[in-house]
Design a binder for this molecule. Sequence first.
Ligand code: HSE
Length: 313
Amino acid sequence: MDVQEIKVFAPATIANVSCGFDVMGCCLDSVGDIMVLKRRSEKGIVISKIHGETLPMEPEKNVAGVAIMALLDALNEQPDFGFDIEIDKRIKPGSGIGSSAASAAGAVFAANELLNRPFTNHELIPFAAEGERAACGAPIADNVAPALLGGFTLVKETEPIKVIELPSIDGLYATIIHPQIEIKTSLSRDILPDHVSLKKAIHQWANVGSLVHALHTNDHELFADSLKDYIVEPHRSKLIPEFDNVIKASVDAGALGGGISGSGPSIFTFSKSEQIADNVKLAIEKIYKNTSIPFHVYTSRINELGVKIIHKK
Ligand code: HSE
């Protein structure tokens, strides 16, 4: 029977994972949006409700609508129904944990289900990336890929997009602090240098390679040692209060390491277990409580599935 309505969990994601600027990403499990998509008798896309944030209701201005339009453009035959979208926006836009990517990935995943799955999750990535283009000017896939595929991903090519799924390390938990300050993605990209030194580039690609190897071999120590960014973090960390102190206190509390989540201001750390991740949370909270900056701290295990179906009928 055709699916008439679907409710999905659209996960938050950590892009870059320190050394993999614009290519690496991983998917979170406890932070995400809830989206409901329904078939409607008239054709076209209607965004009927957005809870939690003020975002455009016009489909052509909303990343969810833009991503579904890209999907529909790729169909040989248009459906004889339209789409009604409700978004419970639980990931704050501009937080650095893939807010727009969650909307775009959740939208194309759910629309694909209503269409009886003409596309695989891999094939949905370029459509979700069109949503990212609407949000930040470029179809960057380092958040939408893990949101759709789960686990860790590597964007191997961008034109056309090709994504490699990577294994995860056992028992890995993320602790993420979102300081409630605004850093526009455009600014955090504009401050990056056009050229990097060969010496730094060598360190960086060695770390990307060793991070991938650590994931394949379940090597916590190598994973920790690879979470270093010689190129982007030195510029961006200046925009994030207490960045160095948060990383140091997290490692002192047992974390494997961390970095800036996406373009910031969120900071992520990884730990070997939930218990360590909770200790890291306390250590981070202690630092930020001494500032006047409001913040949220989340812990989450790695979500191996990506977008999840809550129910469909
Ligand atoms: N990789 C992007 C950046 C953010 O760090 O600017 C997420 O797409």
